[in-house]
Structures are given as structure tokens and as C-alpha cells.
Design a protein around this ligand. Structure first.
Ligand code: PMT
Length: 404
């Protein structure tokens, strides 16, 4: 993948056939349609008759900017074949919320309304998001129908647990859009990391000076979180060890939060042995104050000298203790001599791939949403273009997948 036009990071230009059925959660689906159209996806909504009892089709027409279909035999000439034309033009079919009734009818292959007929006529990936009362969801008939759909190759996204519209607490809530979006994006990219345990470090570390102060750096975690999000989409089991950042953890990723370099080392040591890929995107402090006082330092003295002690070099130790079948990826934050420094670190730290990024530019390195990296391996040097950190992450995974 070139990374330039890496469409696996966005829903833009995707044709989505969005099925809505008769659940109170239909109001949440309005937010999903809005999010998709904001991302320039092309959404066509098909509502069951029951769905229109909860939310008007006008709402979805306004949000999607397209005609909303509610009836197999609607008026107008382009309606008669809608059950054929709609799925034919779709990149995927998303049914959310999916009621027990619609799930049962889909499991039986029924075609007595436009939505079920369009699903039968379609060949694009089908994603089902059940939403209902907990007892209905747990009922053997519903479980059997959901298992039938999975056997038919439908992707079933199990509901969240929490307070339901009926007042019960339990499983049955429509999931948050961000987690569903990740599943959809995962459909548009190869599962080339499926079954792989991937360990990623991200963000800064904080080295205490005294109870009120610490030494840190400008890492926002964006690069590491982009790596975790994209690895998950590509099928990996992801553990993300993160210093303190202001980012939501990517859905479906195991998050381990740390503060100091020594905390990060402890966490890395816990997961390293089981990981087939380790990517060290964190900006780990090389030093920590030797005497992190238990009392706040007073500004009495004119000058304050801080004695610093080296922190463990986690990447170097990983390179020393690595498994032969493990892929080790390091990052280099450089202000000059990028390629030379990258080559040196590749060799000294015994890694398979060094990702060198410039930290002097506004659009690269720390806290930027984009990056422009040089990939250095024993096979040579590759300069990537300036692109989003998610696209950069996908290019890195392309190289890692080729090494696996
Ligand atoms: O988080 P962002 O705001 O998105 O910024 C991204 C980034 C600039 C932090 C990231 O792209 C990056 O370059 N991360 C590595 C920063 C760093 O510490 O680079 P370094 O050249 O000092 O370290 C080289 C490698 O050794 C890195 O993989 C680092 O994780 C690792 N290291 C460094 C020191 C240490 N004590 N232990 C380590 O494991």
C-alpha cells in the first residue's frame, strides 16, 4: 500500500446501505448516519416500517442527503428494483439497531420487506448490530439466530452492557460509534496481522523532580495510538503501553498506563516475551532526577542544580534479549543527521526497522497529526511522504507484515 491514498483510514467515498429497524436505539443510529456523512461516506438508509415508528424517515433523509427507502413497493419508477439496485451499489450493509425480529427473519432468509430482500440480494459485507432488552438478547432463540447469521458470514457486533431504554441494566445497548467504525474500517484492509500479538509503547514518560514537578517531553501519544488503532484494524491482538496522554484508547486494544521510564520498562518486560511484534514509539526519558525529593523544592537558592541518573534503555535491552522470530521496531526522534543516526540505532539496538522522524518541523514528530518518516532496515532506506500518522502507521505495518 502506497500510504498516499490509504483509504483504510477513512469512510470517505464508501457506499453504505444503512438498515434501521424498530428499536428505540434508532435515535442513536441517526448520530451514526451523521458521522458517516460528515466523513463523506455515501449513506442510503432503508427503514423497516417499525423503525419509522421511532424516528421519522425525514430525519434520515436530512442527515444522509439521500432518499430514504421504507417500502418494497414504494411509488416511483426507481423503487421497483430497489432491493437489487441498492445492495449492488453498496460497499457494505450495516444494520443498526437490529431487532430480534429482523435478526430472526434474516436468519431464516426471509424476503418480505425491502431491507431483508436487499440483504439477500447483496454480496457486500453485512454488519449486524443487535440492540434489545437483555432477556430478549439472551433468549436461546435469539442466540441461535445470531449464531446462524455468523455461520452465514455476517459480522455481528455484540451490544454493550449498561442502562437500557427499558430501565433494565444489562447487555443490549447499541455500541459506541467509534468502536463500530473501527470494525467497518477493518473490513477495508487486509487482516495481515491476524493472530499476531503486537506490543506498542506510546507517549512520554514523567520523571519526578519533587511532589509537584517532573521532567517530561512533548510526546502526545498520537503516533503510538495510530499504530495501535491500525494494528487492531489489521487483526492484531494489541497491547498499548502508554505514558500520560490526552487521547481516548483505541477500541479493542488492551491499555496499560505508566508514568516513569522504569514503570514502562516493567510493563514492557511483562508483555515482551509473548509478543511477535514490538514497536517502541514512546518518548522514554533517558534520565531521571537522582534525588526525587519527598518535599517540594523551595526556591530559596539562587541556582538549582539537578543531578540526573540514566534510565534503563528499554529498546536496547529488548534488542539484546530478543527472540529470533520477533520483529522489533524502534523510533528515532532526530533534529539532525537523520539517516546516519537511524542507521546507527538500527545496528546498536539490534532492531529490524528504525522509523526516523524529524522533531524540528511543525508537521512531523511531536504532537503533529502528520509525520514524514524515513524507514531504515537492513534492506535499505525508504523516505515516506508527509501523511497522517494513521497512514504512516499503515506503511510501517506493511513493512512489518512483509517481515513476518
Ligand atoms: O507521540 P507523538 O506526539 O505523536 O510524537 C511521536 C514521537 C516523535 C514521540 C515518535 O514518532 C518518536 O519518535 N518516538 C521515539 C522518541 C524517542 O525517544 O526517540 P529516541 O531517538 O530518543 O529513542 C530511540 C528509541 O529508543 C525509541 O524507540 C524509544 O522508544 C527507545 N528508548 C529510548 C530511551 C529509553 N530510555 N528507552 C527506550 O526504549
Amino acid at each position: 500500500m502506497s500510504g498516499q491514498e490509504d483509504r483504510s483510514c477513512t469512510m470517505r467515498d464508501r457506499n453504505i446501505l444503512f438498515g434501521i429497524t424498530g428499536s428505540i436505539a434508532a435515535f442513536k443510529a441517526a448520530g451514526w448516519v451523521h458521522a458517516l456523512t460528515k466523513e463523506e461516506a455515501r449513506v442510503t438508509v432503508v427503514m423497516t416500517r417499525a423503525a419509522t415508528r421511532f424516528v421519522s424517515s425525514l430525519t434520515f433523509g436530512a442527515l444522509s442527503g439521500n432518499r430514504v427507502y421504507t417500502d418494497m413497493f414504494g411509488e416511483g419508477d426507481n423503487e421497483t428494483m430497489a432491493h437489487i439496485t441498492l445492495p449492488r451499489m453498496s460497499d457494505l450493509v450495516l444494520i443498526a439497531p437490529a431487532t430480534a425480529q429482523t435478526i430472526a427473519r434474516l436468519a431464516q432468509g426471509m424476503a418480505d420487506d425491502l431491507l431483508c430482500t436487499a440483504v439477500l440480494a447483496g454480496t457486500a459485507p453485512m454488519i449486524i448490530c443487535p440492540a434489545m432488552n437483555s432477556n430478549m438478547l439472551a433468549h436461546p432463540a435469539t442466540r441461535r439466530n445470531l449464531n446462524t447469521l455468523k455461520e452465514l458470514g455476517y459480522v455481528v457486533i455484540e451490544p454493550d452492557t449498561g442502562l437500557l431504554a427499558c430501565g433494565d441494566e444489562g447487555a443490549g445497548r447499541l455500541p459506541e460509534w467509534d468502536s463500530v467504525r473501527e470494525v467497518l474500517l477493518g473490513l477495508f484492509i487486509d487482516d495481515d496481522l491476524a493472530g499476531r500479538k503486537v506490543l506498542i509503547t506510546a507517549g512520554p514518560t514523567r520523571e519526578p523532580v519533587d511532589p509537584a514537578r517532573y521532567l517530561s517531553n512533548r510526546s502526545s501519544g498520537k503516533m503510538g495510538y495510530a499504530l495501535a488503532r491500525t494494528a487492531k484494524r489489521r487483526g492484531a491482538d494489541v497491547v498499548l503501553i502508554s505514558g500520560p496522554v490526552h487521547l481516548e484508547p483505541p477500541p479493542g486494544v488492551e491499555l496499560v498506563q505508566v508514568l516513569t521510564a522504569r514503570d514502562m520498562k516493567k510493563a514492557v518486560d511483562k508483555y515482551a516475551a509473548e509478543s511477535s511484534v514490538i514497536v517502541k514509539a514512546a518518548a522514554v526519558a533517558d534520565f531521571r532526577p537522582t534525588h526525587a525529593g519527598v518535599r517540594k523544592i523551595k526556591k530559596a537558592q539562587a541556582e538549582l542544580k539537578l543531578e540526573l541518573t540514566p534510565n534503563p534503555d528499554i529498546l536496547t535491552e529488548l534488542g539484546r534479549d530478543r527472540r529470533a522470530d520477533q520483529i522489533l521496531v524502534g523510533f528515532a526522534a532526530e533534529s539532525n543527521d537523520h539517516e546516519a543516526e537511524g542507521r546507527r540505532k538500527l545496528k546498536d539496538k539490534r532492531v529490524d526497522l528504525m522509523v526516523v522522524n524529524d522533531i524540528m518541523g511543525e508537521k512531523t514528530g511531536f504532537d503533529a497529526d502528520t509525520n514524514q518518516v524515513t524507514l531504515i532496515s537492513n534492506d535499505g532506506v525508504e523516505q515516506l511522504a508527509l501523511m497522517s500518522k494513521e497512514q504512516t502507521a499503515n506503511c510501517i505495518w506493511d513493512r512489518v507484515a512483509a517481515m513476518l
